[in-house]
Design a protein around this ligand. Structure first.
Ligand code: DGL
Length: 258
């Protein structure tokens, strides 16, 4: 059986890429809820309904584990999903804890969708770990739209980031947390906008490390061929060209450009 990866759109590919690296022999079912993306600017009730419908569909295809590769969907629906299904379900949340633990005395900027930052789950996370009040939150919903529309021109993205960060003292930040799975496509743009030495972190590696552990612990590993079947809101995608292009962009974002 495959491992399910779910996101509102193409963001989960940034996590799937890490899974393909660490668990190349597994097979994957990637579900992008393209009919309803973006989630981050919608209401909690709408997003919950979309996520439950999508995961029902994925469960009906047969998956042995689910990665909710979306911080927004996790904050809204992870408890309902875990109550409903018996397969292991991993969620994602902005990496506030690791950021606080390794940051030192500089501030931390958590970037995410407006809905993630508004939600109780995130507020609780900050209350629990940010004892010294070093964490600021910044919503960057347009980055989701840019990624969905395949806008990867570094000039456009950096101008957008500079405009959103105009009132901030960038040198006061030691760490920037990418708390939305669409944002790692733009990692190098963040690097260029913030002073050198600023840590830009996301949750992909941690999530996949944990996925690997769960599969091993529960004896769920499998010898597949790293095959990925992509669904767009319940419609199987005949060609994977679109997704392959995003995997290429991600490789580039982690190396030279954004
Ligand atoms: N990729 C998603 C996240 O991690 C959600 C983006 C959106 O649909 O607004 O939060």
């Amino acid at each position: 059986m495959s491992i399910g990866f779910f996101d509102s759109g193409v963001g989960g590919i940034t996590v799937l890429a890490e899974a393909l690296k660490q668990l190349p022999k597994e097979n994957y079912l990637y579900y992008a809820d393209t009919d309803h993306v973006p989630y981050g600017t919608k209401s909690k009730e709408q997003v919950k309904k979309f996520v439950l419908e999508a995961v029902d569909f994925m469960a009906a295809q047969g998956i042995k584990a689910l990665v909710v590769a979306c911080n927004t969907a996790t904050s809204i629906a992870i408890n309902d999903l875990r109550a409903k299904y018996s397969f292991p379900i991993l969620g994602m949340e902005p990496a506030v804890k690791p950021a606080v633990e390794k940051n030192g005395d500089k501030r931390i900027l958590v970037t995410a969708t407006p809905l993630t930052l508004r939600e109780e789950k995130y507020q609780n996370l900050v209350t629990r770990f940010d004892k010294a009040h070093m964490v600021d939150g910044l919503a960057l919903p347009e980055l989701v739209e840019f990624a969905e529309n395949f806008v990867f021109d570094p000039g456009i993205i950096q101008a957008y980031l500079q405009q959103k960060l105009a009132g901030y003292d960038l040198s006061s930040y030691g760490t920037v947390v990418l708390g939305c799975t669409h944002f790692p496509f733009y990692k190098n743009c963040f690097r260029k906008v913030f002073p050198s030495g600023t840590d830009i972190i996301d949750g992909s590696t941690g999530t996949v490390n944990y996925l690997k552990k769960i599969l091993l612990d529960r004896n769920l590993c499998q010898d597949g061929q790293g095959k990925v079947i992509y669904y767009s809101s319940g419609r199987k995608q005949a060609a994977n060209i679109k997704y392959a292009k995003y995997l290429d962009i991600l490789q580039l974002a982690n190396s030279i450009g954004c």
